[in-house]
Design a protein around this ligand. Sequence first.
Ligand code: NAD
Length: 359
Amino acid sequence: MAKEKQIAVLPGDGIGPEIVDEAVKVLKRVARMFGYSFTFQYGLIGGAALDETGQPLPEETLHMSQKADAVLLGAVGGPKWDDNPGDLRPEKALLGIRKALQLYANLRPAAPHEQLIHNSTLKEETVRGVDLIVVRELTGGLYFGEKKRERTEDGEVAVDTLVYHEHEIERIVRKAFEIARLRRKRVTSVDKANVLESSRLWRSVVERVAPDYPDVTLEHMLVDNCAMQLVRRPASFDVIVTENMFGDILSDEAAILTGSIGMLPSASLGDGNIGLYEPVHGSAPDIAGQGIANPIATVLSVAMMMKYSFGDEEAARAIEQAVHKVLDAGYRTADLAGDEHTTLTTAEYGDKIVDMLEK
Ligand code: NAD
């Protein structure tokens, strides 16, 4: 019997609908190959939702996403809504949906494809062999703590509060160890334990949890050192786990190792199997509607969906391999094309990936 899954599809703005179409194409073929019955339910989010309903994250979208087994998101935002006030900005929907689905772990892999290594700003020999994932705590820390701004006799004062509860640290750290078990079994926990009390708690929780995963090697690293090692010896990392703000910065740093924004997938996970899958890039309004966007980041995001929400590593690998084969065959979208390549449109690229899919 086919495995039934409901997927909420939220294309969003700009190139969102174009790239999401290709990822859905891939999922439909995967369903036939691996015995799934996917139901795709489409919802409004971001600017598209603002135009239609006056809200960036309508109740209906939220409700549908909460009932789904997984959510596929394109991107939100664009110049049309740039002057909107804070609560009515398209990007507000991202925080809202992550919070409502209680997605506390953000996963961003960086593994440059051999054919694209020359796109990196680092030397080829430094980037070759990089295959890492940053696991970032997404719902706590400095970004969510109490904020204050006041005038004093000394002038203005601003305060941001960095709070972490033990249980918030434990669940993200366990997630990282579990992910490491599916990979090369190496965790680097990043903190600033020489200065911050929250980091000292972080480190003690990591130490307490680690013995439950005796097959995984653990190292602690201070965040400033990690920022350096990421550009010095990035291939030595497997799973990097860290708090919200450090993860925000380090995951962007790790992203540039691959050199191409159109290639980077992401997943946001909570407890249980539900996850939200989206490319790292934005809505690229400068190329929207032209049919030239690179769909690879979104297609690799659905590979992550197969792995993390549906526990199907074989299907995930099949998608990743199909992408590699299309790149190996010299096909590129405009953002990556050189003279020696065959340039394809977004839709043609999706078709090529589907053609290359095999068990
Ligand atoms: P962006 O990632 O949209 O674009 C940066 C550059 O990369 C642009 O030149 C764009 O053409 C190119 N690019 C991005 N994705 C591409 C793809 N798949 N194929 C080919 N080229 C691609 O970032 P930005 O320009 O800073 O932001 C544009 C809008 O997107 C803003 O409104 C921003 O707030 C929003 N944004 C949304 C998300 C999200 O939805 N998760 C993330 C970042 C930015």
